[in-house]
Design a protein. Structure first.
Length: 263
């Protein structure tokens, strides 16, 4: 029986997409004005890259992108291409790194996302940004981490959020291919599943999932949309890898959603 969470089994050209991420990201870094490897914390993995629009004049909106990879692979340099769309919207793009499982536990990663968000809000003016206009997006595990930010009702939240192909209930992953790799505990699944948290977003939320993704991604996205009272968008023709690549193309359905989120 196919594992519905093993992306490689459901996207035939998985490796080709990974190669495109790398190629497109290198092109973005060569083209856009950037400040790379900025520390948002004291840990060796607590770094982010900033990319700037060409016509930055006044304080600009800031957008934080949180990458996926089931919390155990990829990094910020794989997703620099997201900045193409963000900067076209006139916003400053922040692409973050975080530590990877199993070398750290989920709690560390969740705290690192909060730390990066708070650092951007506090330091935005130092690089031409407006910390009061801070939005986020995340893909896959990054969508999960972004949703947890929306569950923090006692602290500032993003002014707008795009959650793409996220995982919002972790328990099924304990019975998937991923379990031998990250050893997700029952306590972690309970504590860090957004669908078990009282999510009350103060800003706008967009929830997207690819048309051709497997059933758990659609079901969990529908459940989160109900909780947040948000309309769910199914991206026509999209799979789990293509919808992430489309974030870098403002002419695609996913790219247009990102434009609207960070404008």
């Amino acid at each position: 029986m196919a594992d519905l969470f093993r992306t490689r089994e459901h996207v035939a050209d998985f490796d080709a997409y990974v190669a495109k991420y790398t190629e497109r990201s290198a092109a973005t870094r060569s083209r856009l004005r950037a400040q790379l490897d900025i520390a948002y914390g004291l840990g060796k993995d607590e770094r982010l890259d900033l990319f700037f629009p060409s016509d930055l004049a006044a304080l600009a909106p800031v957008h934080l992108f949180i990458h996926g990879g089931y919390w155990r692979m990829f990094g910020k340099t794989d997703f620099s291409f997201v900045a193409d769309t963000v900067t076209q919207a006139g916003a400053i793009a922040a692409i973050m790194d975080y530590s990877l499982m199993p070398s750290v536990r989920m709690e560390t990663i969740v705290q690192q996302v909060k730390l990066a968000f708070d650092w951007l809000a506090s330091n935005a003016t130092s690089f031409g940004g407006d910390g009061t206009r801070l939005s986020i997006s995340g893909h896959s595990a990054g969508g999960h981490l972004g949703a947890l930010l929306l569950a923090e009702t006692d602290r500032p939240q993003p002014v707008s959020s795009l959650l793409l192909s996220g995982i919002y209930e972790l328990e099924p992953l304990r019975h998937s291919f991923l379990q031998p790799e990250i050893g997700l505990t029952e306590e972690e699944a309970a504590r860090f599943s957004p669908l078990r948290r009282p999510i009350q977003p103060t800003g706008s939320v967009r929830i997207l999932v690819g048309e051709h993704e497997t059933e758990p991604f659609h079901t969990q996205a529908q459940q989160l949309a109900q909780i947040t009272k948000t309309q769910l968008t199914s991206v026509s023709g999209g799979n789990h890898m293509s919808v992430a690549l489309d974030l870098g193309d403002p002419g695609t359905e996913t790219g247009k959603a990102l434009l609207a989120t960070c404008s």
